[in-house]
Design a protein around this ligand. Structure first.
Ligand code: 5GP
Ligand code: ZN
Length: 144
């Protein structure tokens, strides 16, 4: 496992040095309630090892984090009688990531919660031609 980072809040939670309301744990992942929940049952899922961003994770660990998110969606929704969940990562400071230890949010959603879809998080949408879309798509494909 990658060494913990001494000044990381989430590493301190993994090490038991900071309290948290743990809801689920595997060998490599931990899930606990967000301290400032956006809804009742707002859960964070983290790899126990310190990695800053989603794209820093070793491939296998990325799969394990997704598995843990998958395992928790239904129990979270049922526990708080939610109508759905928004499951998302703020990946990097530009996207609003404040804690630099990768974490997936499970945010319970309710029919009448006045929240928005994930489409509401970005700035002004660009107007792109089909040719521009193709160039971008090819560029992404070339880098996979
Ligand atoms: P981010 O903006 O980085 O995606 O989200 C970080 C989340 O971590 C926030 O929702 C915030 O409420 C939560 N958080 C920050 N510090 C703590 C803490 O010490 N304990 C817990 N349980 N959650 C925290
Ligand atoms: Zn950490």
């Amino acid at each position: 496992m990658t060494a913990m980072s001494d000044d990381c809040i989430f590493c301190s939670i993994v090490a038991g040095e900071l309290p948290s309301h743990t809801v689920y744990e595997t060998e490599d992942t931990l899930a606990f309630l967000d301290a400032n929940p956006l809804a009742p049952g707002h859960v964070l899922v983290i790899p126990k090892a310190h990695h800053e961003r989603l794209d820093d994770l070793p491939e296998e660990l990325a799969g394990t984090v997704l598995e843990t998110l998958y395992q928790l969606v239904s129990p979270v929704e049922t526990a708080v009688e939610a109508d759905g969940t928004t499951v998302a990562f703020n990946n990097g400071p530009a996207a609003g990531q404040e804690v630099p230890h990768v974490h997936g949010h499970i945010i319970p959603r309710f029919d009448d919660d006045d929240g928005g879809p994930i489409h509401a998080v970005a700035g002004s949408p660009p107007e792109l031609s089909d040719a521009e879309l193709k160039t971008i798509a090819d560029d992404i494909t070339d880098r996979t």
